[in-house]
Each structure stands twice: as C-alpha cells, then as structure tokens.
Write a protein that binds this ligand. Structure first.
Ligand SMILES: [Cu+2]
Length: 128
C-alpha cells in the first residue's frame, strides 16, 4: 500500500508529493481525485470531538458534519473487526475492539465511509 519513492532525495520529495496529489493515484485518490491519507492511531478522543463509532455492525452516526481541517475520530467499540474505508480507500487497516483513529478529510465535500468486511456498514461525512 505504501508508495515507492524510488530513491528520491529529500529535496525533491515535496515536488513529488505535489505531483502525487494531482495525479489519479489509485492508492490514495478518491473518486474526485482527492488525495485521501491514512488515519493515524490515537490513544484518546477529545471530549466533544466528531466521532464515528463502530458498534452493532454499523457506523454511528450514519451522517456526520465536520469542519475542514479538523480530524474525525473513529472507534471500534465491539468485538467484530472493522475498517474505515473512505471513498473506496481503506485508511485504517483492520480495527479491533477499542482501537481509535483520527482521520483528516483532505478538503470540503462529502465522503462515503464503508467497512471492507461488512457491506451494510455505511456512513457519510460532510466536510464544510
Ligand atoms: Cu465492519
């Protein structure tokens, strides 16, 4: 899943990153070409932060509105293993019970969230 930088030096990485962001790289781009980055593991979720909970084989809530640039937190609250898949890109890997992640939407828009293991699990994040 990781990108191959093919030995590029640190000096050219920003340019390469800009190129990747503009290309339709299937490992990171959503349906509209946005670069969707992986979520990062967290050990706590701030009180009041936007939270997508995985429980009872569902994302709760099914619709969530957040501000651009602010992370969405995801927690698996049950024994079933889940993923957070954003516009077809698995950004979480396998999430087990009590795993917590933060995912930052790349820009305003709507993002379809699914689970690779449970097709009935769906949510929509609207970013303003
Ligand atoms: Cu699932």
């Amino acid at each position: 899943m990781g990108r191959k930088w093919r030995g590029a030096s640190a000096a050219v990485l920003p340019f390469l990153a800009a190129f990747v962001a503009c290309s339709n790289d299937d490992s990171g781009a959503g349906g509209d070409g946005l670069l969707i980055l992986d979520a990062t593991s967290v050990t706590a979720i701030p009180a009041g932060a936007p939270l997508l909970d995985q429980d009872n084989l569902a994302f709760i809530p099914e619709e969530l509105s957040v501000s651009a640039g602010s992370p969405v937190y995801i927690k698996n609250s049950e024994a079933a293993v889940h993923t957070v898949t954003v516009e077809g890109r698995n950004v979480s890997g396998a999430m087990r019970k009590d795993d917590m992640l933060a995912w930052i939407p790349p820009s305003a828009g709507t993002y379809q969230i699914t689970c690779d293991y449970h097709p009935q699990m769906r949510a929509m994040i609207t970013v303003k």
